[in-house]
Write a protein that binds this ligand. Structure first.
Ligand code: Z5A
Length: 208
């Protein structure tokens, strides 16, 4: 068995549709992680997490028109920088990393949402040695709930997609969760704030 398999789960990602409430719950996740890891917790996000990554995020969310393949490669460019400059160094010194969106978002949005080949995302992941999180908290809400929670907010380029796009994205997340039931902790996130918080704590109990 490799030493990586023996280390405690240190790399957590949060995933879900926009409006799923993942960012609202991130402080609770970070508090729980801090209690279990005296070496500390690094909180980060994708796209972003580095100076160049934040610049790429701006292009991704605000540029009027991008080809789907351009979008995919920009996301991977930001991710490579993020892994090398932030995630891997933090994990190497035993810190916990909590990342608001990561690789599964690429499968869900660019793969299922945009219709790019899943094998292309697999290949890029393999080619650039992108690590998988140990635990992914997936905040599952029906598309209608996510859209209602975002109502009144100015939509960025990706948020401006229609309901059918987000139905495909949700299917993509469900497929990822089905394929990797040990890594994915599915949180029913259409419930009240308090109920979602309790579900997060229950899901992480004994896993940190
Ligand atoms: N993207 C991509 O396409 N490919 C990739 O590989 C990656 C990302 C990594 C930016 O992500 C975009 O990047 C995203 C996918 C794409 N675009 N889209 N569309 P982001 O995570 O930065 O953006 P976001 O998803 O829009 O995050 P967000 O605005 O932080 O949404 P959220 O985290 O899901 O929800 P929230 O902000 O916590 O909550 C939304 C609202 O609902 C807020 O008013 C809350 O007070 C409310 N809320 C939260 N929980 C509840 C409950 N339980 N009940 C009632 N109301 C609630």
């Amino acid at each position: 068995m490799s030493s990586i398999a023996l280390r405690p789960p240190l790399f957590l990602s949060l995933e879900g549709l926009d409006g799923s409430g993942k960012t609202t719950q991130i402080d609770r996740v970070v508090d729980l992680c801090e209690r279990h890891n005296p070496r500390g917790v690094v909180v980060t996000r994708e796209p972003g997490g580095t100076e160049v990554g934040e610049r790429i995020r701006h292009i991704l969310l605000e540029h009027a028109s991008l080809h789907a393949q351009t979008e995919l490669l920009l996301i991977f460019a930001a991710r490579i920088q993020h892994v090398k400059a932030v995630i891997a160094p933090a994990l190497a010194v035993g810190k916990t990393v909590v990342c608001d969106r990561y690789l599964d978002a690429t499968y869900a949005y660019q793969g299922y949402g945009r219709g790019l080949e899943i094998s292309l995302i697999d290949a890029l992941t393999h080619l650039f040695d992108i690590p998988l999180p140990d635990i992914t908290l997936y905040f599952d809400v029906p598309v209608a709930v996510a859209l209602a929670r975002r109502a009144g907010r100015t939509a960025d380029r990706i948020e401006a997609e229609g309901g059918e796009f987000f139905e495909r994205v949700r299917q993509g997340y469900h497929k990822r969760a089905q394929d990797e039931p040990k890594r994915f902790l599915v949180i029913p996130a259409a419930a009240s704030l308090a109920a979602v918080g309790t579900a997060v704590e229950a899901a992480l109990a004994g896993r940190l």
